[in-house]
Write a protein that binds this ligand. Structure first.
Ligand SMILES: [Cu+2]
Length: 124
């Protein structure tokens, strides 16, 4: 019968599948490289925005110069992105995105898939 030969192949195939899945797992690397040496890690975000119900919640956050905003996707299976005029996240259904703001100002952003999804980061 073939069952013995099939079993010999099954384990390597499963392991290959696991390796592929691991390789495809998105790694959330902070985009900004401006953090000073010894600065706080991005996990110390000053503000967190949830992407859920096809909106940014809260839609406006206020931080100080040098602080980081964290976006958390909570709307699977609906994909979203966080898009500013000169930087953006990937379009994904799960995960997080960080950005550190090093210049004061008012920064508008949106999700390019859902134009009603708009938000603002105010940097003091
Ligand atoms: Cu969206």
């Amino acid at each position: 019968m073939h069952s013995r030969a099939l079993n010999r192949w099954r384990l390597p195939l499963v392991l290959a599948g696991l390796a592929l899945a691991a390789a495809c797992t998105p790694i959330n690397v902070p985009v900004s490289s401006a953090s000073p040496p010894g600065g706080r890690p991005p996990s110390g975000a000053a503000a967190t925005v949830l992407l859920e119900k096809v909106s940014f919640d809260p839609s406006t956050v206020t931080i100080n110069v040098g602080q980081t905003v964290k976006w958390v996707w909570k709307d699977a299976p609906i994909p979203h992105n966080v898009t500013f005029s000169d930087f953006h996240s990937a379009t994904v259904t799960n995960g997080t995105y960080f950005h550190t703001f090093n210049q004061p100002g008012t920064y508008a952003y949106s999700c390019t898939l859902h134009r009603q999804m708009v938000g603002t980061v105010i940097v003091k």
